[in-house]
Design a protein around this ligand. Structure first.
Ligand SMILES: NC(=O)N[C@H]1NC(=O)NC1=O
Length: 171
């Protein structure tokens, strides 16, 4: 459902939090905090409020948010996907990889990443052209340090959030 900025600004706090509850995956606390800053003069101001909220979180909370994201191969953890994640994962066909070998490589790489870092591989899927793009990224990012990867993964969390906000609010 898409809202105008005017409609967003007229929402009661509880409704604002519900509308934006999953723009940060499974972390409604972001919407809760940003709701206190309403009304917003522009779409950019709303977007910026969420980005600023995320940026100022301490590193433990950032890590917690990264860990709230589902694996790109949900079978790894037998996960139920949120509506937003399922839709994003389907944009590049992650839910219908026909090539068994490719599916196995992706799964192996993502499991290896999880074992190395102890948090899921997070990437803004909607910025990827296809599953090969994702395989290349996970292989490249596997060589990084944990601190580097927390930073990179969190930048992807912010991109995912921005796109989800753009889906909700006409701009
Ligand atoms: N693991 C991971 O990257 N998950 C996500 N990426 C994305 O674009 N949507 C997600 O849920």
């Amino acid at each position: 459902m898409s809202f105008s900025l005017k409609e967003i600004n007229q929402l009661q706090k509880v409704d604002f939090v519900e509308v934006f509850s999953n723009v940060v995956e499974c972390y409604p606390e972001a919407a809760e905090s940003v709701s206190n800053l309403a009304p917003f003069d522009t779409f950019s101001a709303l977007l910026e409020a969420f980005m600023t909220h995320l940026d100022q979180l301490d590193s433990l909370k950032k890590l917690r948010i990264i860990k709230l994201h589902p694996h790109l191969v949900p079978e790894i953890n037998k996960e139920e996907l949120t509506e937003e994640s399922a839709s994003e994962q389907s944009t590049v066909g992650l839910n219908r990889i026909g090539n068994a070998e490719k599916k196995a490589i992706l799964r192996r790489n993502i499991e290896e990443y999880w074992e190395k870092f102890d948090f899921p591989f997070v990437i803004c899927v909607r910025e990827c052209k296809n599953t090969d793009d994702i395989i290349d990224s996970v292989q490249e990012r596997l060589s990084r340090t944990s601190a580097e990867e927390i930073h990179v993964a969190f930048e992807h969390v912010k991109k995912i959030t921005a796109l989800r906000i753009s889906d909700i609010v006409a701009h």
